[in-house]
Design a protein around this ligand. Structure first.
Ligand SMILES: [Zn+2]
Length: 435
């Protein structure tokens, strides 16, 4: 049974989850179950009103009760499934520190550093993307597939002894243990400290001293585990741990060899998209107006220093906006999208000179877009660094195609680390400098 004071039960309005009502009339070992009547099942309203401060009483009464009256259980309130994870604890800690320092500059800088370091790991881009997705737990593991009701079971087929999520596949599974033993890597933490891939990478790049080569090896091996895991699923051969470790080392060696010579940069006379500086991102935005349909479209494309797509968005606006208004909304939507995909240091680029001048403060915005522009500028404050850039239409073609793509969709479509197929040609034009 859960003690109200030791554990705290109220996870509604208090970010601390602690009961603050004075304990005047409550025994120190008051149990949650003592506040619940069994027939009919419900909170003992009068008791709660008498014992708690009004806002806590309201919070308690808002918690829906199961008519099955399951026994009291301790849950970790920071995740939706109630299980503890380092990631959620970190997020919670950041939120608490942010609210404790309300008004000061405290923010999620640790998490920002983490994501920035992920993108700096010296591995091929696809492995960085894989790492990013794995840390966000968005790979199609059986646990994820079961959640989406694609498969019925989520147990690990390797060991039949655990839930097949990424923490298991890459760390706690018997097979993963054997693979890590084949490496010369030493990990300065207890194996039990890891429950997700995020935990593992977090330990390596935030807790331990950030050793880029070690992290590169770890994520490349994880990638090879994942690749072989999928091969086996489709009838391929299961490789031994030693073979995966050897293959990963060779792969990294080849990558390092290929990247030690400078890349040639061909010149071109026409207007061309240019990539952002190292470690930054570029977000291209554009709008399209569909007069007859009384709607508009917004296209957003986020690319990294190599011109690789990080994320793309086509979003429909069901309102008869004019061209300028759509361009302004495109900036706002792009900022929201950047926040959603945790991009914090970027150059926002569009082909509307009026909007660009307004964003830079070179000239006042036209009144029809003034509120959107000023809102967007305020929103920029949540990011680490935002700069604006203007490009002629010719150089903004992929974003334009994304904006036009909304004609065929209902609401919006987002792509993460993959390229919408209808962009292939326009993108080849853009990224030819880096291949
Ligand atoms: Zn397993």
């Amino acid at each position: 049974m859960v003690s109200l004071f030791v554990h705290g039960v109220i996870n509604g309005c208090h970010h601390t989850f602690k009961v603050v009502s004075p304990r005047l009339f409550m025994p120190a070992d008051l149990r949650v179950s003592e506040l619940i009547s069994k027939e009919p099942v419900g909170w003992k309203m009068q008791v709660i009103d008498a014992l708690f401060l009004p806002h806590e009483a309201d919070t308690i009464k808002c918690i829906p009760l199961s008519t099955h009256l399951p026994p009291d259980k301790l849950i970790w309130a920071a995740t939706t499934n109630g299980s503890f994870s380092v990631r959620s604890a970190y997020k919670l800690a950041m939120e608490l520190s942010r609210s404790d320092n309300a008004g000061s500059s405290s923010d999620g800088s640790g998490l920002r550093i983490f994501w920035r370091r992920i993108w700096r790991i010296p591995v091929p881009h696809k492995i960085r993307h894989f790492t990013w997705r794995a840390c966000r737990e968005i790979l199609p593991t059986k646990a994820n597939l079961k959640r989406r009701k694609v498969v019925d079971t989520d147990n690990c087929e390797e060991c039949n002894n655990g839930l097949e999520n990424l923490g298991h596949l890459f760390w706690s599974c018997q097979r993963a243990r054997q693979i890590w033993q084949c490496t010369k890597l030493r990990f300065a933490f207890e194996p039990t400290a890891i429950s997700s891939f995020f935990d593992l990478v977090w330990h390596l790049i935030m807790v331990e001293e950030f050793d880029e080569d070690k992290v590169a090896t770890v994520v490349t091996i994880a990638w090879s585990i994942w690749a072989n895991h999928n091969e086996v699923r489709h009838g391929g051969i299961k490789k031994t741990g030693a073979a995966l470790v050897k293959w990963s080392a060779q792969y990294l060696d080849e990558y390092r060899g290929a990247n030690s010579s400078p890349e040639p940069i061909p010149r071109s006379q026409d207007v061309k998209w240019s990539p952002p500086p190292r470690t930054r991102y570029k977000i291209n935005v554009d709008g399209a107006v569909f007069k007859t349909q009384k709607s508009a479209g917004v296209g957003v494309l986020i690319r990294d220093e190599h011109g690789q797509i990080v994320a793309a968005l086509s979003q429909k606006i069901n309102a008869p906006l004019g061209a300028l208004e759509v361009e302004a909304k495109a900036v706002e939507i792009a900022l929201q999208f950047a926040r959603d995909v945790s991009i914090s240091d970027f150059i926002m680029e569009g082909d509307s000179l009026v909007i660009y001048n307004a964003l830079c403060g070179h000239s006042p915005p036209p009144s029809s877009v003034a509120s959107v522009i000023s809102g967007a500028l305020v929103f920029c404050g949540v990011f680490q660094q935002v700069d604006f850039s203007h490009i002629r239409r010719q150089g903004n073609k992929p974003a334009h195609l994304l904006a036009k793509h909304v004609l065929g969709i209902v609401d919006y479509v987002a792509w993460l680390e993959e390229s919408p197929c209808f962009l292939t040609q326009a993108l080849t034009h853009d990224v030819s400098f880096s291949i």
